[in-house]
Design a protein around this ligand. Structure first.
Ligand SMILES: Cc1ncc(COP(=O)(O)O)c(C=O)c1O
Length: 385
């Protein structure tokens, strides 16, 4: 019997997938389900981007591109930083990747030797620890709570740093909490990581989906930070599998060499379509969507709080609310299952995001229209009573 590699014992599936499969089954049987578990925008890709993809397809753009991406797109991404954040970034540092997932895989591979550690927040995006496992590194999960806005702080990093530590990964805004790091907090983190001889990686995938903070980028702090981004969330292009990485200059060639080997290139059609993602017409569509997400957050947050969910830090971005449900249940996984069966509301249990108090947390995604959120809240209220 040929065995699966040992590292696979440390790679977990998304628990919510079982829940989603059950939700689909119930829907197929005629039940109405309110989806608050989905981690992607409900909006389709903006029409001008789709049209550009169709033109590229008709023109036969079906071959590989350079591993770093087509030069025009790398230039367009660099220009976006200048326009949106007043930040000059050389296009030579931009590498286009298959989603930010591709970027995360490249960064971990070029940075982490077997046994070296990457510090990250718990709760956090679960794939992060798996990207570290994939290169036989050591995910170093740091429990975080409301005191630090569910983010790592300079102090937490300093306390948790060990001999084997090599890098710190943060996301702002973050999944599952929607909370952000201020420019000062990020600067303090960078200073401590640099002093400890490590590298800071900042995942800015939810950049643009920010509701009451000033838009910013970690690229403004220093040029030795790895910055990861994506067309998935703000640009509404999850299925096109396109993201990017801004790497410190000395790492660009190793990243390119590895990208050549593991991806050859990011999807060609998607790259040509994304050339239109920064046009004023698309930006207008995306701004309207951002305002709609804000409206949903402003509706859902007080409603959940009034039902007895504790959300101590107001999330400033992304499309998630991470709620402490201790006042309602001691087992968020069972609660999510019963909520789906009995009330037809799907939410994500805390155990999908790590090991720190998962049983007392649930993630609500406001990736569905406000009328459905209203219905979801009514069902939740009846269910809890
Ligand atoms: C924090 C975070 N990083 C990265 C990703 C990966 O996204 P993609 O590969 O679609 O860019 C996700 C997806 O949910 C995420 O939440």
């Amino acid at each position: 019997m040929i065995s699966v590699a040992e590292r696979m014992s440390r790679i977990q599936p998304f628990f919510v997938m079982d829940l989603l499969a059950r939700a689909r089954k119930l829907e197929a049987a005629g039940r109405s389900i309110i989806h608050m578990e989905v981690g992607e925008p409900d909006f389709a890709t903006p029409q001008p981007i789709i049209a550009a993809g169709q033109v590229a397809l008709a023109a036969g753009r079906t071959h590989y591109t350079p591993a770093r991406g087509i030069p025009e797109l790398r230039e367009a991404i660099a220009a976006h930083y200048a326009r949106a954040y007043g930040q000059q970034v050389s296009a030579s540092r931009v590498v286009v990747t298959p989603g930010s997932s591709g970027a995360l895989q490249l960064v971990m591979s070029v940075l982490i030797n077997p046994g070296e550690g990457v510090l990250m927040a718990d709760p956090g995006y679960p794939c992060n620890r798996h990207f570290v496992e994939l290169v036989d590194g050591k995910p170093q999960l740091i429990p975080v709570g409301a005191e630090t806005g569910y983010q790592l702080s300079a102090e937490l990093v300093e306390q948790a740093w060990g001999e084997e530590s090599k890098a710190v990964l943060v996301a702002s805004p973050a999944n599952p909490t929607g909370t952000m790091l201020s420019a000062e907090e990020l600067r303090a983190l960078h200073a401590v990581v640099r002093r400890l001889g490590g590298v800071l990686i900042v995942d800015e995938i939810y950049q643009g989906l920010v509701y009451d903070a000033t838009p910013s980028t970690a690229l403004a702090i220093a040029d030795d930070i790895f910055v990861i981004n994506s067309f998935s969330k703000y640009f509404g292009m999850t299925g096109w599998r396109l993201g990017w990485l801004v790497a410190p200059e000395p790492f660009v060639d190793p990243v390119d060499r590895l990208a050549q080997n593991i991806f050859l290139s990011a999807p060609t059609l998607s790259q040509h379509a994304a050339l239109h993602a920064f046009s004023p017409q698309v930006m207008e569509i995306l701004e309207a969507r951002r305002l709609e997400f804000k409206q949903r957050r402003d509706f859902l947050l007080p409603e959940l709080r009034s039902l007895g969910f504790d959300i101590p830090v107001t999330p400033q971005g992304a499309f998630y609310l991470y709620a402490d449900c201790q006042g309602i249940t001691e087992d968020s996984y069972r609660f999510a299952q019963t909520l789906l069966e009995e009330a037809g509301v799907a939410v994500t249990p805390g155990r999908d995001f790590g090991f720190h108090e998962p049983e007392s947390h649930l993630r609500f995604a406001y990736t569905t229209e406000i009328g459905k959120l209203q219905e979801g809240v009514e069902r939740l209220s009846r269910f809890i009573q």
